[in-house]
Design a protein around this ligand. Sequence first.
Ligand code: TRP
Ligand code: SF4
Length: 338
Amino acid sequence: MSGSHQKRILTGDRPTGPLHLGHYVGSLQNRVRLQHRYDTFIIVADVQTLSTNFDHPENLPADVRQVALDNLAVGLDPDSASIFVQSMVPQIAELTVYFSMFITVNRLKHNPTIKTEAGQYGFEDNMTYGFLGYPVSQAADILFCRADLVPVGEDQLPVVEVSRFTARRFNELYDTVFPEPEGLSGDTARLVGLDGQAKMSKSLGNCIYLSDTTEAVRTKVMSAVTDPARIHRDDPGHPEICTIFSYHCAFNGGESADIGERCRAGTIGCVACKKRMVQVIEELLEPIRMRRAEFQRPGMVDEILMAGTERARTEGGRTMDMVRMAMHIDYFEERDRQ
Ligand code: TRP
Ligand code: SF4
């Protein structure tokens, strides 16, 4: 069990479907690596999912469990990381309200992540209050447990910036309650999609999922976009524009320089290069599949989520005591303030 002196991590995902390799390089890998050095909380952000999917709540029960299972499968250890459900921690909703009193609409409107995502969803001229405010709610996700470090994909760093500002501003306005949480993104800034688009993303349908079968991995990799200049096996290639090469850089670091040279020299064919990639991804996914099978016993994920949620609520209660005292809204508490 982690001691309270340890620094804390909070991070997590929206339950919108299975997690993919982009999530893995952006955030999952860091959370697994750091879970024993930090007291780790993993949020399954179901409320945040409603910021875009409010008209499809029926998928949440399955997606919440899917995301929790993906986290366990990549190696999050429920004995050292508390995995919990956002909607079941009322202190997060409370904090969101208090933070929303002092975060300005302008700050949210100009947030780079909000702008990009609003474009992707076609929300530019018709944005809900909840969507615009999701960085405030995310600040509450992070600060309800007074987290210090937030491993996220690169595209989420501007949202973490709002959390930093929120912590700083709260501390200035009322009293020092929160650390300023730091964002940490993975070494691979963002993983290109199988179709060569800038980002692996569920809505673009260009993902390799952590839960994909061997057959699915093979089919996807073998049909991925490569350098169009390579028609014959010995045509000189341009690895820098090739999706498969970027995967070699992300997952096959040791060999990638050599593969790049051989591609340029026309001494490795795309088929061989892709077959090697299939092997590399399979080596990564195989232990993930084994752990998934272990956690797939009936009721196990639910139990882990309930225990994690219980712990999150306890921590949220402690934070809210401090928040109420700092904000002078603890009217009926006995205390010795003059
Ligand atoms: N917004 C994050 C994403 O889309 C998910 C998320 C919700 C999150 N709450 C969080 C990430 C708190 C880090 C910390 O990936
Ligand atoms: Fe891409 Fe490999 Fe083909 Fe080069 S050899 S274009 S890196 S798949």
